[in-house]
Write a protein that binds this ligand. Structure first.
Ligand SMILES: O=c1ccn([C@@H]2O[C@H](COP(=O)(O)O)[C@@H](O)[C@H]2O)c(=O)[nH]1
Length: 310
């Protein structure tokens, strides 16, 4: 691996062809395709339902079918990195191929890697997911702030330098998340994470609020589960004031509905991307059936989360 450093980010900025920021690209994709993000989760139940072997070849078939089915039809795809790592080096090679195929198809990718470590190690994670020359570069990566949001700085810097994005776990969709994220009441752990990510967006200084076309340009987003109900306000998180994109897992297989999303994101329009993995993939393996499932989800979500015209 080439030496990752702060200088690398600056060098990358100098060589990256000028393109819209991740926030802009995602916001436009949501406006054009709707708020759905299809997750690639090679869960055994899905592999079995698709009659795929649980091998790198099966994983490749699943992944390429998702890219073929959804390029130009959903806002983004979110490969769950854990299911690629589960196959060792063969799985990582498939992830590289998947990210490349999505890039060529013009489909935005969010690598769900949930990385977070001390700053020096974070430089390596940042390089892996966010450097132009990395075979695993995605449009954005999910990050865990458990070692302190400041420790994620190498990823924030490289994302800003290369026009990519980050999504930091704030209020996750699993019920156990509350035991850590809600601590502190209206000055909760989650609210402090949100504050730090917002400060980083202000530092990136692309914009302070959606412009009149509801385009959110800032690169750093949050993961806020579709299942969290009215808890953001209760723990001091005002999503209406947040200026980056929001990634909402939990719709579909985890039980959250469009109505639930309307509660969580009542103050937010236009910059929420909603993940559904098993809920969509269970319609496969036929491309037509997958597209129908995605269209039904998009039609369900658009009235609740679509951009408002100004
Ligand atoms: O808070 C979180 C953060 C990430 N996830 C991930 O999203 C998908 C959800 O899959 P479904 O099949 O739609 O339930 C999965 O990769 C999770 O690791 C999450 O669910 N909640």
């Amino acid at each position: 691996m080439p030496e990752p450093s702060r200088a690398e980010g600056q060098a990358a900025a100098a060589t990256t062809p000028s393109r819209a920021s991740f926030g802009q690209r995602l916001s436009r994709a949501i406006a054009d395709q709707g708020p759905l993000c299809v997750g690639i989760d090679a869960h055994p139940a899905i592999m079995n339902a698709w009659s795929l072997p649980r091998t790198p070849a099966g994983l490749l078939r699943l992944s390429m079918t998702v890219v073929e089915a959804f390029a130009g039809r959903v806002a983004a795809i979110k490969p769950q990195v854990a299911w690629y790592e589960a196959y060792g080096s063969g799985g990582i090679a498939v992830l590289e191929q998947t990210l490349e195929a999505a890039r060529e198809a013009g489909l935005l990718t969010i690598a769900d890697a949930k990385r977070g470590d001390i700053g020096s190690t974070m430089e390596a994670y940042a390089h892996t997911w966010l450097a132009d020359e990395s075979p695993l570069a995605a449009d954005a990566v999910t990050l865990s702030p458990y070692l302190g949001t400041g420790s994620l700085a190498p990823a924030f810097e490289l994302a800003e330098a290369t026009g990519r994005g980050t999504f930091v776990l704030a209020l996750t969709s699993n019920p156990e998340g509350a035991e850590v994220q809600h601590v502190g009441g209206d000055r909760s752990v989650a609210s402090r994470v949100v504050e730090s990510v917002e400060a980083r967006n202000a530092h990136a200084a692309l914009s302070t609020r959606p412009d009149r076309d509801q385009i959110v340009t800032n690169p750093h987003g949050l993961v806020v589960g579709a299942t969290v109900g009215a808890s953001p306000a209760a723990v001091g998180v005002d999503l209406g004031k947040f200026t980056g994109p929001l990634l909402a897992p939990g719709y579909g297989a985890q039980g959250a509905t469009a109505r639930d999303l309307g509660v969580v994101f009542s103050q937010v329009r236009g910059n929420v991307v909603v993940n559904s993995s098993r809920g969509i993939l269970q319609a496969g393996p036929e491309v037509g059936a997958l597209r129908e499932a995605a269209q039904a989800a998009t039609d369900d979500l658009r009235p609740v989360l679509g951009a408002v015209s100004s």
